[in-house]
Design a binder for this molecule. Sequence first.
Ligand code: ADP
Length: 151
Amino acid sequence: MNLRTAVFPGSFDPFTVGHADIVKRALPLFDQIVIALGENSQKKYMNTLEERMNNIRAIFKDYDQIQVDSFKGLTVDYCKKIDARFLLRGLRNTADFEYERNIANMNREIHPEVETVFLMCSPQHVSVSSTIVREIIKHGGDASPFLPVKP
Ligand code: ADP
């Protein structure tokens, strides 16, 4: 059977309630969702790749449909490699839209058979970003309202 697999790519530094919301709402659309962390050696992360992957695995440990992986290189190449026909992204605002539209169009040029699927962010998470959560943590604030609970 041809499984409907979606890749949800990102840095997830850290994985927020906004990310979790997108993944959970996408579950009925796909047979499996692979949360894939892009490895970018140029970027400075708060948490190591291993820490971020283990954190996401713990959040979704009760979900058989969800896997966590990492990749190097282009996201669409990774999609082709694991035979995923869908690339899942979340949209918070017009800035996300402009950025994501360009990437989706270029990705379509590279691999037309990989379809990008967008879900609108839920209103309660529209202002949540990993960047701001990192700032809160750096300055000793309580970031727990923005981080998914682990079962
Ligand atoms: P990237 O490094 O690719 O920007 P992120 O980890 O910031 O990756 O985000 C991954 C995906 O999650 C992107 O599609 C982004 O738009 C989406 N996203 C980020 N924050 C939220 C949020 N609060 N609600 C919904 N989607 C979000």
